[in-house]
Design a protein around this ligand. Structure first.
Ligand code: SAH
Ligand code: SF4
Ligand code: F3S
Length: 473
């Protein structure tokens, strides 16, 4: 197969259109800014996962190229972009209610444009809902059409007609869009898009299209630039990074190995790795390269083989444990985290006990747990559902078991000194700074706001299930 077919790069003539519309929008915005004596401003709101965060940084980058300053509140904006998620019902509800709240801003600012994009609006029924019930939304585009933002915005601004951009039949990779990163020390780098796995509960393959990978050379130059700019923590993103570059002459382990050779004081991370193809080769590359953070996120979902089969996960408990054993054999100090779904259709008490057993056996540092949420169009949504009361009761039992495990894993860290990348003033307590260890554990300590973005040595003096506390040394 030719590389082009696998990569599916957006053709240069299509990208040129994007850049041409961006230029037109820029000229328009420059004129408008002069007329009103104030810069035009854009506000980007993001729901969902890191992939969406990364897309939003491109939306902000494109907005900047079109002459917008980035606003810190929606009230100050002339363009509001809402980047939505569809993974659970709660995420959709939150996005819809937030969009609803923007209606009154339109009354104050006639020129305000509201655009909605992302996974939620890549579903036909949600587009229809927005079309009919949210008339103040100006334009919509799905995950296949990110690069068409300048065109849609220009057309809407000039012609005034609402635009609902249809999904492209072929999902592609758009290179060369500007990126306005949220942080100057942590960065997201998408290495592939889409998913081919069709886990029976999951909407992602339907809203993100089929897997396609970026070229290794494009990723290498992006990471080289980040390292030069002093970025310290670089996370490679994909729904299943292990199938990066399938059918090409290199694979994910080769990419990690190549990126580890780049000079600079930074750590590489990746999300997410599907247990069915977390390869020994990758684990070996991690073990050999200190640049790769000692953290492995390996989503288990359930500790029942029957559930794993119903979820279409393509591994069983024994295979999963085998991978965990190999990871720990090669890197005894590694932090392990996972995702768990509680209350999948047909989950019995015994199946659930199996999940608790796996938590006790693997002893994760942390878990991300979710109550199963039926997603329209997925096979699991058609299966017989279990009562909400049972789901939430199991969910609290799961948390209780994991809290004890997390705490027992954190307690031995008291008295140790850990290297922490400082994230600045804590969001919950202004008197403390927060930071993350290499294993991604959160640490609180006293310091100055100028510590943000620096590596610090923190001596731990107190441990809780979800956080460590300490002092700078
Ligand atoms: N590609 C990643 C997961 C992306 S979604 C992977 O395969 O690991 C992130 C997490 O959301 C999943 O791991 C799963 O635990 C959870 N999730 C996905 N669909 C869900 C649903 N319908 N209900 C509840 N949780 C869900
Ligand atoms: Fe969803 Fe499964 Fe793909 Fe992850 S691997 S995005 S859970 S379908
Ligand atoms: Fe949500 Fe889309 Fe990510 S559904 S979890 S934003 S890929």
């Amino acid at each position: 197969m030719s590389e082009k077919k696998i990569n599916n790069i957006v053709p240069p003539e299509v990208m040129k259109r994007t850049f041409d519309f961006s230029e037109k929008m820029l000229r328009l915005n420059e004129k408008r800014s002069i007329e009103r004596g104030e810069k035009m401003r854009a506000y980007v709101l993001t729901f969902g996962c890191q992939q969406n965060e990364a897309d939003s940084e491109k939306i902000a980058g494109m907005s900047r190229a079109m002459g917008y300053e980035i606003a810190d509140t929606p009230e100050k904006a002339d363009l509001i972009m809402v980047n939505t998620c569809a993974v659970r019902e709660h995420a959709e509800k939150k996005a819809l209610s937030t969009i609803g709240q923007f209606k009154h801003l339109k009354a104050k600012n006639q020129a305000l444009m509201i655009g909605v994009c992302g996974c939620m609006v890549t579903q036909e029924h949600r587009r229809e809902e927005l079309r009919h019930s949210y008339p103040y939304v100006d334009f919509i585009f799905g995950t296949s059409s990110l690069h068409r933002l300048p065109e849609l915005l220009y057309e809407k601004t000039v012609k005034g007609k609402r635009l609902f951009c249809p999904e492209e039949e072929e999902y592609q990779v758009a290179e060369g869009l500007g990126i306005e990163r949220d942080s100057t020390y942590r960065a997201w780098v998408s290495i592939m898009y889409g998913c081919n796995n069709f886990c029976s509960y999951c909407i992602v393959p339907y809203v993100r299209g089929r897997e396609r990978s970026r070229r290794m050379e494009d990723i290498v130059s992006e990471v080289e630039a980040l390292a030069r700019e002093g970025y310290k923590d670089i996370t490679l993103l994909g729904q299943n990074v292990n199938s990066y570059a399938k059918g090409m002459e290199y694979d994910f382990a080769d990419l990690m190995s190549r990126l580890s050779q780049i000079d600079g004081d930074f750590k590489l991370r990746f999300m997410t790795s599907h247990p069915k193809d977390a390869s020994r080769k990758l684990i070996d590359v991690m073990a050999e390269n200190e640049k790769i953070a000692r953290h492995f996120h390996l989503p288990l979902q359930s500790g029942s083989d029957k559930m794993l089969k119903a979820m279409n996960r393509h591994y069983d408990k024994a295979q999963y444990l085998d991978t965990v054993r190999y990871i720990r054999e090669k890197m005894p100090d590694i932090a392990l985290t996972t995702d768990i779904i509680v209350g999948f259709p047909g989950e019995t008490e015994e199946d659930f006990e199996g999940t608790l057993e796996m938590l006790r056996e693997v002893r994760y540092d942390m878990i991300f747990s979710f109550i199963y949420s039926p997603r329209k169009g997925t096979p699991a949504a058609e299966m017989e559902q279990i009562p909400e009361s049972v789901k939430s009761e199991r969910f609290s039992r799961l948390l209780k078991v994991q809290n004890e495990i997390s705490l027992s894993k954190n307690l031995p860290l008291v008295g140790k000194t850990l290297r922490v990348l400082c994230d600045g003033v804590s969001k919950n307590n202004e008197e403390l700074l927060s930071g993350r260890t290499e294993g991604n554990k959160i640490v609180f300590f006293h310091g100055e706001s100028s510590d943000e973005g620096k590596y610090l040595n923190i001596k731990i003096d107190r441990a809780e299930a979800f956080a460590l506390y300490g002092e700078k040394i």
